[in-house]
Design a binder for this molecule. Structure first.
Ligand code: NAX
Length: 331
């Protein structure tokens, strides 16, 4: 039998946490043969609710779940974890300045970075979900210098999956037959959902999405804004932000990272930029990646047309600005 993997979920008493922990305990994230021990962290005002989630996990009698740590102590939460899903953060409230929200999250991610660096398993893989996801991940990276930059990522898989979903609805094809969309840049409304290399599996082979949709106006307009604005549309409909889809995307992100992407398929992940595609180095930026043996690699050599170039630059500029704002919160 396999040794259990320790998975940390911060913000575990929140709504994404509530959707995510049962998925992890069922093997959706790491596979149906992989036992897990869940570490759940939240803040003291949420301690009682967190304990309620622990009670429900016990009550669900998940065969793969070998233990549950529910705590408000960040050191206890981080100790020995192999995977860390960072969902906890400070939400933007009405009337709050961007800088104030950034400052709260910078201080949370700075201290959690140190706790992970000192207490997590040495090869711990980190996924930041909490917004501003890319910049929180960058702060975590900066303040955990002994964790390899390769191990620190942020979630843009939800945006990637939303793009697959929109194409599948438009063409009336199975979502599993659509692949290789790309989310470039920030997990924000400046992200660029790119279908220029995306394909659909058809009875007569793989066909480019552009050839099948036959409507560049839609692909360059409404499709992009729908994906960019999907989070807001969910809030409008549900009066709550995306939770089950975010939890599912977090599982997809970790599963593909650990177990590998299928041959010929790439996915989108927010990763530390090395300057590929002339994206500024030193940002956490969403790229197309393939994964093998627990490591991601940015897909190289994709053609970027003029339309795309502008959009890659725009979302990169926003991330550079966020980085500056985050650093200004440190001093
Ligand atoms: P909730 O407010 O329901 O839950 C957040 C939880 O984090 C709360 O229980 C809170 O007590 C806890 N928390 C706050 N500070 C903490 C700290 N310092 N340490 C540990 N826990 C802490 O929000 P939810 O809807 O679950 O969303 C969580 C985060 O995900 C938000 O930042 C949200 O903006 C972000 N999202 C990111 C997405 C992505 O694709 N990257 C999509 C969904 C989501 O909007």
């Amino acid at each position: 039998a396999k040794e259990p993997v320790r998975v940390l979920v911060t913000g575990a008493a929140g709504q994404i946490g509530y959707a995510l922990v049962p998925m992890i305990a069922r093997g959706v994230m790491l596979g149906a043969d992989q036992p897990v021990i869940l570490h759940m962290l939240d803040i003291p005002p949420a301690a009682e609710a967190l304990n309620g989630v622990k009670m429900e996990l016990v009550d669900a009698a998940f065969p793969l779940l070998k233990g549950v740590v529910a705590t408000t102590d960040v050191v206890e939460a981080c100790t020995g974890v192999n995977i860390a899903i960072m969902v906890g953060g400070f939400p933007r409230k009405e009337g709050m300045e961007r800088k104030d929200v950034m400052s709260k999250n910078v201080s949370i991610y700075k201290s959690q970075a140190s706790a992970l660096e000192q207490h997590a398993s040495p090869n711990c893989k980190v996924l930041v979900v909490a917004n501003p996801a890319n910049t929180n991940a960058l702060i975590l990276k900066e303040f955990a210098p002994s964790i390899p930059a390769q191990n620190i990522t942020c979630l843009t898989r939800l945006d990637h999956n939303r793009a697959l979903g929109q194409i599948s609805e438009r063409l009336n094809v199975q979502v599993c037959d659509v692949k290789n969309v790309i989310i470039w840049g920030n997990h924000s409304s400046t992200q660029y959902p790119d279908v220029n290399h995306a394909t659909v599996k058809t009875p007569s082979g793989e066909k480019p999405v552009r050839e099948l949709v036959k409507d560049d106006g839609w692909l360059n307009g409404e499709f992009i804004t729908t994906v960019q604005q999907r989070g807001a549309a969910i809030i409008k409909a549900r009066k709550l932000s995306s939770a089950l889809s975010a939890a599912s995307a977090a599982c997809d992100h970790i599963r593909d990272w650990v177990l590998g992407t299928p041959e010929g398929t790439w996915v989108s992940m927010g990763v530390y930029s090395d300057g590929s595609y002339n994206v500024p180095a030193g940002l956490i930026y969403s790229f197309p990646v393939t994964c093998c043996n627990g490591e991601w690699t940015i897909v190289q050599g994709l053609a970027i047309d003029e339309f795309s170039r502008k959009k890659l630059d725009l979302t990169g500029a926003e991330l550079s600005e966020e980085k500056e704002l985050a650093y200004s919160c440190l001093s």
